[in-house]
Design a protein around this ligand. Structure first.
Ligand SMILES: [Zn+2]
Length: 336
């Protein structure tokens, strides 16, 4: 009697042992880090390295992910959508355009890329070295009332900033640009991107675009295909047009004398969208050409060197992949 009770108890413990072992095995697959606290974190930058200067655009390529349904990067809290790219005779790849903001601090940062395939996701990690750009210093003399704003003008300026921010907040999923970017007007570059501006002796915000000197009334072309997201008549930018090229890529055209498009219009690369003027805060007729790429203010002239020469990339490259013949080099800082 005594023996049987002992045996039963023993069997119960044996079962409990097995249950415990199972639980540990299961838990270790769910919480591997908790059970092995000494496991080091995954090293960063294992999948490649890129480098560029403040204000540049980097072309980042993720290869061999033909089955991927979505590829998305994160860099300094900015989202970088990737789009499909095909080259004949090569496996399909994904490309992301990484904008380095003119004021990103020099240093090494991680570009974390998530590659999704249905429910599955894997992480890639790139190191991006941001180098300092030597920006020029410009001294400008403007009428006092154009620099030192009264209270009413400050309120107007703030409201306008908010309006623009709202209009540009959404990254449309469609990639609308097809071929290479074009210069909107040809002329002398009179205001340099990134230059530190001293207005009437006081330092102001750095110049976040390029000024191109051109005669009053000269044609201004859209730099690429897109949709007109916003047309404005604002205190600083004057009459202006914001074109959305998709995937968080915007170009803007300021100080126009005439705006020839309306909000929501579709435009194509080279289409005339306005005329050169001197509206807003401008000392003479010129075009201010600006770019925002996923929130980063980049040098517009870097767009001209982007490797999308043949213009056959599909309009919605994520949803309707089809062969194209662009020839993107792998890790090319667009401009030094
Ligand atoms: Zn400007």
């Amino acid at each position: 009697m005594m023996m049987t009770a002992l045996k039963r108890a023993h069997r119960r413990f044996a079962r409990l042992d097995r249950t415990l072992i199972m639980a540990v095995v299961l838990l270790s697959s769910v919480f591997p880090v908790e059970l092995f606290p000494n496991t080091p974190p995954a090293p960063k930058g294992l999948d490649g390295q890129y480098s560029g200067k403040q204000g540049q655009v980097l072309v980042v390529k993720v290869k061999g992910e033909e089955q991927a349904t979505e590829v998305k990067g994160t860099f300094l809290s900015r989202t970088i959508p990737f789009f499909r790219e095909f080259r004949p005779g090569e496996p399909a790849g994904y490309i992301g355009l990484l904008g380095i903001d003119m004021q990103d601090e020099p240093g090494t940062y991680e570009l974390a890329v998530e590659v999704k395939q249905g429910e599955q996701a894997k992480q890639l990690s790139f190191n991006v070295l941001v180098a300092k750009e030597k920006f020029a210093v410009e001294h400008l003399k403007l009428p006092k009332e154009k620099v030192d704003l009264d209270e009413k003008s400050v309120a107007r300026w703030k409201a306008e900033q908010q309006l623009v921010q709202q209009a540009l907040a959404e990254n449309s999923r469609l990639k609308l640009w097809h071929s290479n970017f074009v210069e909107p007007v040809s002329g002398k570059r009179t205001g340099i991107f990134g230059s530190v501006r001293i207005m009437n002796g006081k330092p102001r915000n750095p110049h976040n675009g390029e000024d191109i000197g051109a005669p009053m009334g000269a044609d201004v072309a859209a730099s690429n295909d897109g949709v007109v997201r916003l047309t404005v008549d604002h205190i600083f930018s004057g009459r202006g047009v914001y074109v959305d090229h998709g995937l968080g890529f915007y170009t803007m055209y300021f100080h126009l004398s005439d705006v020839l498009v309306k909000d929501g219009d579709l435009v194509t690369a080279g289409q005339i969208i306005g005329k050169v003027g001197a509206t807003g805060r401008a000392t003479g007729p010129h075009l201010h050409w600006g770019v925002k790429l996923n929130g980063a203010r980049v040098n517009p002239y870097t767009l001209l060197d982007l490797p999308f020469k043949n213009g056959s990339s599909p309009a919605n490259s994520i949803a309707t992949p089809k062969p194209e013949t662009t020839s993107a080099p792998e890790a090319v800082p667009v401009k030094q």
